[in-house]
Design a protein around this ligand. Structure first.
Ligand code: SAM
Length: 333
């Protein structure tokens, strides 16, 4: 990355207190839930730093308590901030342990008055005793409840729960490498597994006959459908489903896929999913991975029938040990 700092468009920090009772936001110390206070993070979008400072200040002034995991008391558990790279839009998500807190409306008014750059504020309610950051219920407290961004000439709407690549500059390089490796033909049926908000599917649709995108998070599929509509892309269908179930069904019905994009989470693909891939036998597979270990494990399963033609790492997470990789595989003759 040419400028490998301040690139993260998604910030999520737990909220707590230090020993003196001061409200802090930061990161968990390794293998603990002790918060290390962070006032400036060198890989996160700089627009989030003053917003976090204001939230800490407002919590102090308005006596809004951080959530205490041991006592299971308090109000704000986590703060999420999503920034748009190309549009001047920022989303703040307050993850709370309560349905509403006293002075909530004043809190949001004060926050958005001090930071007019915030375009939407969402409350996510998470009352469970869990490490999972987001709960199931959300209220839109201000604005539309999503932000928009532009990648490679397409516009995307992104809700709080939808996956969206965290490094917008490198994402364009990643997607370009993936689309180039796929070398899609105009008659090809393309399947985008783990599609998120449909980013790869919509790019592939420009080259293909038809594209199917499947994703398990309902809100992300809702974003994907809107994104297809707003970008005028008609040759794509999106489905909210477990991709292993969906592909299983396609294999049973003898449906054809020419090019498969698969971009699973870190834990890699489901074995059932890979079994269905081996039944359908797409001509090409473009495996996009953020975890080399599961990438290698899954490719070993595909290797009997597929040949690796290229491996392209992309520096998506500078200053960390993580790496993104695009692997192109072709069906052996
Ligand atoms: C690494 S993200 C990739 C998203 C998208 N390709 C992109 O570039 O923005 C992985 C996605 O897989 C989804 N996912 C996880 N398990 C799934 C499953 N079993 N079936 C379908 N989607 C799943 C996640 O919700 C997430 O959106």
């Amino acid at each position: 990355m040419d400028n490998p700092y301040f690139y993260r468009n998604k910030i999520q920090m737990p909220v707590g207190k230090d020993r003196s009772g001061k409200i802090i936001t930061g990161f968990y110390k390794a293998n603990t839930h002790d918060i290390v206070p962070i006032e400036k993070c060198y890989i996160e979008d700089e627009r989030s730093t003053p917003i976090l400072a204001t939230i800490r200040q407002l919590m102090k002034e308005m006596r809004v308590e951080p959530y205490d995991e041991d006592k299971r008391t308090g109000v704000i558990r986590h703060i999420l901030i999503r920034t748009s790279y190309r549009k001047k839009q920022i989303m703040v998500v307050l993850v709370t342990n309560v349905n509403s807190f006293p002075g909530q409306r004043n809190f949001v008014n004060a926050l958005t008055s001090k930071h007019p750059e915030i375009t939407t504020v969402v409350q996510n309610i998470n009352k469970r005793d869990t490490n999972v950051i987001l709960g199931n219920y959300e209220n839109i407290l201000f604005g539309k409840g999503f932000i928009e961004d532009t990648l490679m000439g397409l516009n995307y709407q992104i809700s709080s729960k939808s996956f969206y690549q965290i490094n917008p500059v490198q994402t364009e390089k990643l997607y370009s490498a993936a689309i180039e490796a796929a070398d899609i033909d105009k008659d090809d049926i393309v399947f985008d597994a783990y599609t998120g908000i449909g980013t790869i599917a919509l790019l592939a649709a420009k080259h293909a006959k038809h594209v199917i995108g499947v994703e398990i998070v309902y809100q992300a599929i809702r974003d994907a459908i809107r994104n297809a509509k707003h970008n005028g892309v008609a040759n794509v269908d999106f489905h909210a489903a477990d991709v292993a179930d969906y592909l299983d069904q396609m294999a049973l019905e003898n449906q054809k896929i020419d090019v498969l994009f698969m971009d699973p989470p870190r834990k890699g693909a489901d074995e059932r999913f890979l079994e269905s891939v081996l039944k359908i036998k797409p001509k090409k597979i473009i495996y996009i991975s953020c975890e080399p270990e599961t990438l290698a494990r899954d490719i070993r399963i595909l290797a009997g029938h597929y040949k690796i033609v290229s491996v392209q790492p992309v520096d998506m997470f500078p200053q960390t040990h993580h790496v993104e990789t695009v692997v192109a595989l072709v069906l052996k003759k």
